[in-house]
Design a protein around this ligand. Structure first.
Ligand SMILES: [Zn+2]
Length: 308
């Protein structure tokens, strides 16, 4: 089993206000955790710059230019109440995309069985026409489109276990039967979307979980709905929007998951990927705002991707 870890060396270029949950220390925590002894077998690469013009695959043609317009020469620009852009944010967004595309290439070409990208800023809240929720461009959506465009994948699946609903990814793909999107998330919680009744063209599955429901309801949501529908969709390629803010220590949510839950879920997704698409998984970091919770969740996830 070869698992590729793609790390982003310029993540500190994306600056947010002091005290903001989306902060460079998050990626330092993941980096430290995945530098420990148990991860020596990871194949490691640094993220190259990715072509931000690929944003037009999933965003409005004017989207990137609009982001460039609000990007300040110095200091911070404010996109909405909690989404900020600094002079280096698009550099960071570019290497986050570069990481995802490098991971896609490696897994599609068989150079790695699966891959995890430790990247920021996150992307799953960015809609076709609107950045929001700490997210500037929808990295996983662009990578999914590239899997179709570059590697001929007919059916691509994205499973999103970040504690927040990935309204952006759903917005982008809700009318496209070639992309399956499934999300488990706490509800009610930001951004407010993700009701089970939101099913797109039969390609969207939303499992809404109440606060303080731990592993039993989470496992029921996956075994009862998301996993059977994913299996039936039979993807050619599986992406994971891997947020670790469902961890019980997270300050932004209350889902009470423990690291073993992330490991269990990763194993279930790998089982389906093994049966349906040769195990091809590219996992991209989204949220996770407790330093230790993020480090422990990402460690459990990557350890399982490594086949442990
Ligand atoms: Zn989140």
């Amino acid at each position: 089993m070869t698992t590729l870890l793609v790390s982003q060396r310029n993540f500190e270029s994306h600056v947010t206000p002091t005290g903001h949950p989306e902060r460079p220390d998050r990626l330092r925590a993941v980096d430290e955790a995945l530098s420990r002894e148990g991860f020596a077998e990871l194949k490691r690469k640094d993220a190259p710059y990715g072509d931000l013009n690929l944003a037009s695959l999933v965003h409005h043609p004017d989207y990137l230019e609009a982001l460039r317009q609000v990007r300040p020469a110095e200091g911070l620009g404010r996109i909405d109440e909690d989404t900020f852009i600094s002079s280096g944010s698009l550099d960071a967004a570019s290497t986050a995309l570069g990481a995802a595309l490098l991971a896609l290439d490696a897994v599609a070409m068989g150079e790695a069985d699966n891959a995890f990208c430790a990247i920021g800023p996150p992307g799953h809240h960015a809609e076709a026409e609107r950045p929001m929720g700490f997210c500037l461009i929808n990295t996983v959506a662009i990578a999914a489109r590239e899997a179709q465009r570059k590697y001929g994948a007919e059916r691509v699946a994205i499973v999103d276990f970040d504690v927040h609903h990935g309204n952006g990814t759903q917005d982008i793909f809700q009318a496209d039967p070639t992309v399956f999107y499934a999300s488990s998330h706490q509800m009610p919680l930001f951004p407010g979307t993700g009701a089970p009744s939101e099913t797109g063209v039969g390609n969207i599955v939303n499992a809404a979980l109440s606060a303080h429901t731990g592993k039993d309801l989470m496992r029921e949501a996956y075994e009862g709905r998301i996993l059977p529908e994913l299996e039936a969709f039979a993807p050619d390629f599986l992406f994971i929007s891997a947020g670790f803010d469902a961890d019980h220590r997270d300050p932004l949510a209350q889902l009470d998951w423990v690291p073993d839950d992330f490991s269990w879920l990763t194993g279930k997704l790998m089982d389906i990927a093994n049966r349906r698409c040769g195990g091809r998984i590219v996992s991209l970091l989204e949220g996770g705002y407790d330093r230790q919770g993020l480090a422990d969740g990402a460690s459990a996830h990557v350890r399982r991707l490594m086949g442990r």
